[in-house]
Design a protein around this ligand. Structure first.
Ligand SMILES: *[C@@H]1O[C@H](CO)[C@@H](O)[C@H](O)[C@H]1NC(C)=O
Length: 133
């Protein structure tokens, strides 16, 4: 019984460190796949499930097993980017999958200058799109 608990704890510790790629940015992707969804015309309701997609045609073989992070951002003062790094929309998904399902947050401001970033060396930003009530 104790033995089992010990291993369960070890497993938990191992999986939670794997599930936190945001703590090791050097492990994130180093190529720049263009985001194909959302498009600039998108209007996604708060709380809705949506699919973020990107082009995997240029994925280098050495990065084929990399996992990614998707963050939601919006513009502040029209020029600065505010990225919500504390509440990633998705983490730990395989980049080679080319898409990941995300849920739009509740209780945020309705704006038409949201964007998502698929994390890589230089940040792959979607066009600005709308999140509404
Ligand atoms: C990716 O993962 C597959 C399956 O585990 C493995 O066979 C392959 O060698 C890995 N490729 C790289 C570049 O790490």
């Amino acid at each position: 019984m104790l033995f089992t608990t010990f291993f369960a704890t070890l497993l938990l510790a191992a999986s939670s460190s794997l599930a936190a790629p945001i703590n090791s940015p050097q492990e994130l992707i180093v190529f720049n796949p263009p985001i194909t969804s959302p498009k600039a015309s998108a209007a996604w309701p708060m709380g809705s499930k949506q699919v973020v997609r990107w082009d995997i045609a240029e994925i280098p073989e050495s990065r084929i097993n990399t996992t990614g992070v998707i963050l939601l951002g919006h513009m502040t003062d029209g020029t600065d980017e505010h990225l919500d790094i504390e509440h990633p929309l998705a983490t730990g998904f395989p980049i080679k999958q080319g898409f990941v399902e995300v849920t739009m947050p509740q209780g945020i401001d309705a704006r038409d200058d949201y964007f998502v970033v698929l994390f890589g060396d230089s940040g792959n930003k979607s066009p600005k799109f709308k999140i509404h009530h």
